[in-house]
Every structure is written in C-alpha cells, then in structure tokens.
Design a protein around this ligand. Structure first.
Ligand code: KIV
Length: 261
C-alpha cells in the first residue's frame, strides 16, 4: 500500500515510529522503498553529497525537479518529500511556483525551511492541495545567517520561539515537521504539542519519525555529525544497511542518547 500523509498521521496516533531517508536517484529510491522506509526526502543536501558543494545554498529549483523525477521513477510505495531550495520561500509567488514544479515532478509533499512566517504559505499551499513539511531548528539554507551549523533553541527565548512557531504552523495545517539539531527536551515537547507527525534529525527519539542523509548512514561522510550512525559498518551490503536503519528507527534503538543534544 502506498504511504500517504494519512498513514503517517495514523502512525503518530498509534505511537508507531516511521523512518525516512534522503534519496537522489532511481536506483537508491528503489532500494530504500523496497526496504519499507516510509518516506524519501529529495533533500537539497544533494548540493553537498552529489555536487560536492560547501552548503545547500547553490542548489537550484531545476536541479531539485530533476532529482525528484529520478526518485519518483524508482519509487514503489514510499511518500516522496521534495525540498524547495534556497530563496524558494522569499515570496509567496516563488513558493507556489516551486511547489507546483516539484509536485509535477512526482513529489507528494514539499518541504520549506523556516519558521512562523511560513504560515501564509502553508495555508495557501494546503488550500491548493499541496501538503507542506516545515523544516525548523538548524535550517541549512540559513548557514550563513547562523554563522555555522549550530544547535538551535538552546536558550529559553530560542526554545519559546521554536515551540510557538511549531504550534502556529500546526494550526495553519502543516502536514509534517522536520526538526534538525534541536535539544532533546524541546524536540519532545514540540512533538507532543503538534498534531502533525514530527521527523527528527539530531533531535529526539521521542519524535514520531527519523531522517538521515543516505550517504551519512552508509558511512560515506568522513566528518559525520554527532547525530549520525553508520549502519554500513555492521551490514553486509547497502540493502542490509538500509534495512538495519529502518528496523532501528522502528524499534526505537536509533537515535540513542549519544545522537541527541
Ligand atoms: O536536505 C536534506 O537532506 C535535509 C535533511 C537533512 C533533513 O533537509
């Protein structure tokens, strides 16, 4: 059965964990989907792991559309989430155009990086039949504004802002959240206070689902972040590593305390 937004909502209600991995091409899309991973994210992390860029900032909409088409061709039953790249949320017009192109390329959900200011975009996209995943916390497109890849929501004011933004966006109809590099306690609090399923990366085991960048969990990153686990180390092959990741997310053994902040 194809995974839909409703599947993930039901999982949240039933306290069943789900797994997500990034994918950028048809071959990995088939492998990931065959392993039973509920959702694939065509992340603009392709700028780092496919293009060799220093950040996701150079990635264009055309490139995101191309990789979304590739992943959609290999997909069996996973939900496809596609990133709106850098500056895609600068105006509502740009966001709507990017969302339309990504949905036509095969996405089921589009992902926007940001905060409470995305309320209008979420409302208008939802009205037009486009589910939105809002990525909060460490949003890599803002690396230059943050002055590096830093944990977000560490102080009281930052934590309050993130929690309030999540509640506002949830009320506006956000379909999914990604929380990246947000302290464990705050991640758990946000997850408990929103209706939409929350996907963590460097967040908390209490999140409803987990995501990792494919190349990271296959041990291909020479400088992995603290929240990464190399699932290839104990697996015989790539398909086995993907299955081990999926299993570890579903049985709650990943992420462990050591992967959180
Ligand atoms: O681009 C990406 O791969 C992402 C994940 C890190 C969540 O946004």
């Amino acid at each position: 059965m194809p995974v839909t937004i409703r599947t993930l909502q039901k999982y949240k209600q039933e306290h069943r964990k789900f797994s997500v991995l990034t994918a950028y091409d048809a071959t990995f899309s088939r492998l990931i989907s065959d392993a039973g991973v509920e959702a694939m994210l065509i992340g603009d992390s392709l700028g780092n792991v496919v293009q060799g860029q220093q950040s996701t900032v150079p990635v264009t909409l055309e490139q995101m559309v191309y990789h979304t088409e590739c992943v959609a061709r290999g997909n069996q039953n996973s939900l496809i989430i596609a990133d709106v790249p850098f500056m895609g949320a600068a105006t509502l017009e740009r966001t709507l155009d990017a969302a339309a192109q990504l949905m036509r390329a095969g996405a089921n959900v589009i992902k926007l990086e940001g905060g409470a200011w995305l309320e209008e975009a979420v409302t208008v996209l939802k009205r037009n039949g486009i589910p939105v995943c809002v990525h909060m916390g460490l949003t890599p497109q803002s690396v230059n504004a943050f002055g590096g890849y830093r944990v977000q929501g560490k102080d009281e004011a930052g934590a309050k802002e993130l929690l309030e933004a999540a509640i506002t966006l949830d009320r506006a109809g956000t379909a999914l959240f990604v929380l990246e590099c947000v302290p464990r306690g705050l991640s758990a609090e946000i997850t408990a206070n929103v209706q939409a399923p929350v996907i963590g990366i460097g967040a908390a085991p209490e999140c409803d689902g987990q995501v990792l960048v494919l190349h990271d969990m296959l041990g291909l990153n020479p400088r992995p972040a603290r929240f990464v686990k190399d699932f290839m180390a104990d697996a015989g092959d790539i398909a086995a590593a993907i299955r081990a990741y999926d299993q570890a997310v579903k049985d709650g053994s990943f992420p462990a305390g050591e992967h959180c902040f």
